[in-house]
Design a protein around this ligand. Sequence first.
Ligand code: FES
Length: 175
Amino acid sequence: MSISKTAQTKPQPLPKDEQSAADTLDEILASYRGDKSELISILQRTQLEMGYLAEESLNRIAVFLDLPSSTVFGVATFYAQFKLRPIGKNVVKICRGTGCYVKGAPRILAEFEKELGINDGETTEDLEFTLETVACFGCCALAPVVVVNEDVYGKMTTDRVKEILDTYKEKKDDE
Ligand code: FES
């Protein structure tokens, strides 16, 4: 057997990030019995602790519950609460409800997309910002409305987009 073949068959340690993710999932799964009825609860807790549901996590949850991967992926993609991609440190939500739409929400969304270089539903490569649209925040009198994390920005204009994003970038720089 050649040296290279020996190297290929030897188990390779996981990269540090992947190893710690695997350890975290092990700890989560250890607190469950492995009953299929626990699926939603496991998905919720995994997302809470790991930020999102990675493909590898979903596969391991499927093995743990003795379910087909397709079932676990199906549930994870059906419910809007579950995120299958990493979420940014700052989540920018733009209302696409009728009240905001008629007051210019599409232009606001386009400006955020341009400034961040991503589309609705995506996260910047540095994991700083995620861009999302929502149906209605319930404060239509402030239309058009944007919410960044817990901060509400009413009567938004495209001119304020860069300034608002800079605020959150500065918060990062201060840390
Ligand atoms: S339509 Fe935008 S807050 Fe209601």
